[in-house]
Structure formats: C-alpha cells, structure tokens
Design a binder for this molecule. Structure first.
Ligand code: AMP
Ligand code: MG
Length: 526
C-alpha cells in the first residue's frame, strides 16, 4: 500500500552528486548533494498534518493521516521512485564565512508535481545523521518542530512567501538537548517535520562552489536553478541571464523583507545559509513575532549582545546577504557592474514594496508626503510607548474619520497598550495627536470608510502565531494533548478574519510570558 506519490528526482538526475555512498560526517567537494537514507524512528505517531497540502501533492485521499502516511513522513518507509538526498551548502553565519554546512538533519525525499502543475520538494527535518551533520546528531525536538510546523503554515495563510509543512510527527525517540547551553542537558521529545517548497536552495548553496573555486558546478547549479525556478529568464548560460537572475532574487528578497515588516516577523538567524534563493521564509529556528513594537528586538539569545538580526535591521541584513551572493555571481559574469547597479537599487526596491504595504496597513488611498511623516511619527511613537503591533493596526480600523474627540480615538486603540496606566503624559499626548492627524489624512483623501476597513483588515492580521501561544501548544503537545494545537491551526488559516469565540488566539502577551523562555527569548538549540 502506497501513498500514490509520484516522485521525480531532477536535482539528483541533473546535478553532480557525491560519489561516496557511505553515511559519515565529512567534507564533500564538487557535489550538490549526497545520497542518504533517513534513519528509522522507533515509534512514530502523527501529531498534525495539512490536509490541503496533502491534497495538493496528490496523496491518495484515503491514505491521508493514516499509518502509512506517518511511516512515510517519519522516514520509516521508502516510497518507490524517491531518491533521498542531503544538500551540500555553505554560508556566512553572523557575518563570517563558516565553510561547509549543508543539510545536517534534513533529507529531501524528492520532487512531486502538485495538482497546480508546480513542482514541490518534500524534505524531512530531524530524520538523522547525514554527511553534513558536523558535530550534531541530525535530530530535532518537538518544541522547535512544532514551532516550524505552525509558523510556516501560518505564514502561508498570511500570504507571506514561505516553505510549508505537510506533517508533524513524534518519533518515539528521545533527544538530548542543553536548551540554555548552560551545562544542563535534558532528554526531550524527538519530532520530524515534513517541509514542502519548490526548492530548498539557499544563497549558501551557491557560495560553497565559489569557496571551492568550482566554477563549473556553480554554473551548472545556477543554470539548473534559473531553468526550474525562474521560468521568465532564459537559462542560456550568458552573463546577462545571471544578472537578470540576480535582479529577480533581489526583488523577491526585498519583497519578503517588506512582508516580514508588514506582519511583524523576526527571523532571528538570517545567515546566508538560511536565505532562500527563491525568496521564501526558510529555516524557522529562534524566530519571533513582535508583540510590543521594538525595532531593536531579536528573539535569538545567541544574538542578544550583537543584535545583528533584530526586527529593524532585517532589510539591511538581507542586502548584505545579497552582496555575498553578488560576489559569487561575479565569477560567472565578466562585468560585475550590473550586479552592483542592482544592489544600489535595493533600498529603493524595498522602500517601494514597504510603502505600498504601510499604505494598506493605514487604509489610505495613497501615501502623500504628509503621510510619510505620519508613518515616521508612528514609528518614533512606538519606541516610547509599549504597544502591541498586531492589535494596534487591527484596532486602528475601528476609528472613523469623524470620531468626535481625542478621547474616542484613544479608546479605540487603548486595548493594544501593554501598560495603559503607566503611559507617560507625553506619550499619551503624542498618541492622541497622531490619531487626530491620521483622521485628518483620511478626510483629506476622502477615503471611503468601507473600502478602508476592508483594505486594513485584509493587510493587518488579527491572528499571528504569537510566541507565548506556541509555548502553550508545546506544553500541551509534550504531554500528548494536541487539542490546543489543532484548534489554533484552524484559526491561523484565516488570520485576517475575526473568528467569534477565538479571542484567546488574538490576545496580547500576558505578563507571565514576558520573561519565560520560549516566549520572549529563544536559544538556537533545537
Ligand atoms: P541553522 O543556522 O540552525 O539553520 O543551522 C546551521 C547548520 O547546522 C545547518 O547546516 C544545519 O543543517 C546544521 N544543524 C543544525 N542543527 C543540527 C542537528 N541537530 N544535527 C545536525 N545538523 C544540524
Ligand atoms: Mg539552516
């Protein structure tokens, strides 16, 4: 009995692979991948899965969620036609070249043509050692797997480009983790997520061949990527094709950064090995969602001192990462100037995307000069008052341009404040003033109230996978109770639509979560 999955293996068939077939940790040269089998798990059980994605991938309806399904996506049972492999890649971590990294705990089963005609790679994360596991164990724990599963699906429904997640499986094995890196290792529940994306190629997939000075394989991989992922560009091996490709990667990356700002997402580890070449959010580790708006916030404890990957810095870090990619592509073009020109335009490209998003978030027909100042004042105000970003924008839609008094205006957004009693007199005055100026803009532009509310509510989500909610889901799941998780996943499918009775999934961070590990700060341990 099979799942009726029809695997194709273009990555393996069309690109050079590692000649060594034994599975041991090593440096691998001149190869895009190493063939490797997932390690069987002892007692896999299904925690959750995406029905919609299973259908898109053509899993036979009567097999979705069954024991066979679980066995396949736990890596215990091979589907005929699949040729599992781990990818070789390198990367810049925290600003420094780190050499070979690669899929240390991810194994791609192969690619499948979805019902939409697009090709999807299916990848198991946490399914055992590969040649790229370095000093680690190739496994993943439930807490981080659940966080990846929930957030990648939530991002999809938020319309943010992302890898997706088909299933979350408990392996039945235990995994040792020293969560706080303080010499207190503990046994934790093991898990595997099956991730799905058109490709899992990263900036670092190309950097590794530049580091190896292997122009031949670099070119092969670049041509393969353009051919399979960028159909609007002719993959003819010309310098122009690589420049066009770079422009497109830059454009998608800038758009992704604008989207992260729109919804309040902080990736936490924007190393070049975690930057998707197709502009998807990839590798959910110590990510976080902005609660009180703070440009300087990072959820990653490893980055707490250096603060490289804070919310506010993300667009510029993406540009730095693009520069690393451009350096690689210099090896494929005789004239680097077009790459430099593209990079020089990055700020403008990002700005254009983000202005459009903030226009929608504010529900304005257009963003005039006055409104640009309004946006700047809002950000500066956010720095002095502690306000929940998600709820603020959501409540802002309730204001009408003829609200009679400053008090009325303030009342509409007041529930988004974290400490309404502690707000300074100056903070309150600035907020009132801002709200009044905002309503003036609405009147000046003759914005239709209905159009405005619709526009705002379609761009300002009410339900985002808040950090503390993930922790609640993890606490329950650890004990085998998945009810909270499944209810939450349902709610996250309609993040822009108010769902009566589901208020608890929209509530701002409670006080207990302010300092609890997993809620405000996360370690890389996963
Ligand atoms: P990250 O920055 O967390 O995405 O991972 C950096 C590198 O470490 C990648 O090559 C991962 O495959 C690898 N890695 C992370 N955790 C593990 C693990 N538990 N076992 C093996 N490799 C890992
Ligand atoms: Mg990674």
């Amino acid at each position: 009995m099979d799942l009726d999955l029809k695997f194709q293996n273009p990555f393996v068939d069309q690109l050079p692979g590692d000649g060594e077939s034994r599975n041991f940790v090593r440096l691998v040269s001149d190869s895009c991948y190493s063939l490797v089998e997932p390690t069987a798990t002892s007692k896999p059980s299904l925690i959750s899965y995406s029905q919609e994605l299973a259908e898109l991938l053509g899993v036979s309806p009567e097999r979705i969620g069954t024991e066979t399904f679980t066995e396949v996506f736990a890596g215990n049972r091979r589907v005929s036609g699949s040729t599992p492999y781990a990818m070789c890649y390198g990367g810049h971590q925290f600003g420094h070249w780190a050499g070979q990294l690669g899929d240390g705990r991810a194994i791609t089963l192969g690619e499948i043509e979805g019902k939409d005609g697009l090709s999807y790679a299916l990848q198991l994360k946490g399914s055992g050692l590969t040649p790229y596991s370095r000093t680690a164990d190739g496994l993943a724990v439930l807490r981080s797997s659940l966080r990846e599963f929930v957030c990648s699906e939530a991002m999809h429904y938020l319309r943010v480009p992302t890898t997706r997640a088909l299933s979350l499986i408990r392996t039945g094995d235990q995994v040792v983790r020293d969560m706080f890196y303080d010499g207190n290792p503990k046994l934790e529940t093991g898990a595997i997520v099956c991730r799905v994306a058109p490709t899992f190629l990263r900036f670092g997939s190309f950097e590794i061949f530049a580091a190896q000075r292997n122009i031949e394989v670099l070119k092969q991989l670049a041509d393969f990527t353009i051919r399979t992922q960028f159909p609007s560009i002719k993959a003819d091996g010309s310098p122009d094709s690589y420049c066009q490709w770079f422009r497109e990667v830059l454009d998608r990356t800038a758009y992704l950064m604008a989207e992260w700002w729109r919804v309040g997402f902080v990736h936490g580890v924007m190393n070049t090995d975690n930057m998707s070449i197709t502009g998807l959010t990839i590798d959910y580790g110590p990510y976080g969602w902005l609660e009180d708006f703070d440009l300087g916030w990072t959820p990653n404890t490893t980055d707490a001192q250096t603060k490289r990957y804070t919310f506010g810095k993300q667009p510029q870090i993406a540009k730095w990462n693009l520069l690393q990619l451009a350096n690689v592509l210099c090896l494929l073009v005789n004239e680097p100037r077009p790459l430099q020109e593209a990079l020089d335009e990055y700020d403008q490209v990002f700005e254009t995307y983000y202005s459009e998003e903030i226009r929608c978030k504010l529900g304005l027909p257009e963003l005039r000069d006055d409104d640009t100042r309004l946006v700047q004042e809002l950000y500066s105000l956010f720095e002095v008052i502690e306000i929940d970003m998600t709820l603020f924008f959501r409540f802002l839609a309730n204001i009408t341009s003829d609200s009679s008094s400053d008090q009325d205006l303030l009342q509409a957004v007041q529930p988004a404040l974290y400490n309404p009693d502690e707000i300074s007199r100056e903070g309150r005055a600035r907020l009132e003033n801002w709200l009044t100026t905002y309503t003036t803009s609405l009147r000046k532009q003759h914005q239709d109230p209905e159009v405005r509310v619709k526009l705002m509510n379609n761009n300002n989500p009410l339900y985002v996978p808040r950090n503390y909610l993930a922790q609640l889901a993890i606490d329950d799941a650890d004990t085998g109770d998945y009810a909270f998780l499944s209810q939450w996943m349902e709610v996250l499918k309609n993040p822009y639509q108010e769902q009566p009775g589901m208020e608890k999934f929209a509530a701002k961070r409670p006080d207990w979560a302010r300092t609890r590990a997993g809620c405000s700060m996360l370690s890389c341990s996963s």
